[in-house]
Design a protein. Sequence first.
Lengths: 174, 55
Amino acid sequence: MKRKKPKGLDFIVDKLTNSIENTSTGEVFDTEIVKFTIKDIAQIKKSGWVFDWTKELNDKSKKVYKLTTTNNPTIIQGLLSIEDKQDHIFMHLIESAKFNKGKNKIYFGVPGNLVAFACKISVDKGYEGFVAFDAKTDLIKHYEHSLGATHFRGLRMFIQTNAAIKLISQYFKS
Amino acid sequence: MGLIKEPKDVDFTVKSEPWTEEELADFRKLMKEIKSKKNKLRLSLTKSKRKKDLV
């Protein structure tokens, strides 16, 4: 199938500044989202992650990004795998680091931050913020409320322009 | 504006399965409808603003 040329501006997003919040102190830390490449694979231990991120990195149709704090770029807080569908962004995987999961998670805002980043890419590519993904059944309502996502059918969900702009403005300072 | 704080006992994880061609086609149709509605609204707001400016 012939691929359509992306509408609007098309530039490489290599770094964006945003933040996450320490769950116990409330302290906010500036973060960066940068491309996660095969060279960075040593930064993650397989046992610390549920999904197979090496597989994601080897899939040429996908791009993987890592979220770190600006002060400590070697500790990965969360990972995101996305695909450019030419008229929207498809989120394949989002996973927070082991220490950002469960009742004792260290930081709030890791997944929201990564979703906002996917929305930002969608806007930058001229897709008006549209991002599609699947949700677990018990999280559909949560995503509707917290992200402003729209339930499409079954487990399928998407984020449309207004919700995307809201997320971007919540997370990205510029 | 503050950050979106997921509840402590909720882990926001996404693991999407590939969408079928039919699902993608339906989604693209819906996107088109949403975008067209948005553009119509924008157009009508511009028209009413222009009318106001003329008065």
